[in-house]
Design a binder for this molecule. Sequence first.
Ligand code: HEM
Length: 122
Amino acid sequence: MSNVFTYQEIAEHNSPEDAWIIIDGKVYDVTKFVDEHPGGDEIILELAGQIATEPFNDIGHSDDALKKLEKLLIGRVDVNSEPLNQTEASQSTQTTGGEGSGKLAILCAIVFFAVAYYLSNH
Ligand code: HEM
């Protein structure tokens, strides 16, 4: 299979009528498969047009699942294309989380010093 697709092209195939997913840098057309997926159609369609490597591997899919997957292969990702999204989106969520806990740490420090100050003066 020699088709090579950019992340942008793959991202356009994100509807139930036309759904592609990326697993391990390979592109799979799951449009016809979603209806027969034992884990349900929604779980795959949510990832349509995106990288599904982690969720796919996390489930611990069987060899049978891998065989089915092979049949859906249509090409691979153009590694020189810009990955959209996902990773960036989840990274920014993490950053926000980091900032949040940073603020919490400062707040705790202020409370600690306030209590220490109070105790030392009484
Ligand atoms: C084209 C890609 C996929 C194929 C060919 C596939 C195939 C299968 C197969 C054959 C099973 C039955 C159990 C097994 O043999 O391991 C299964 C179960 C399951 N799959 Fe997938 N799967 C795909 C993508 C995904 C993705 C992306 C997710 C998660 C986001 C997912 C979530 C699940 C879950 C949760 C089950 C367990 C269902 C249950 O036991 O109740 N699958 N899949």
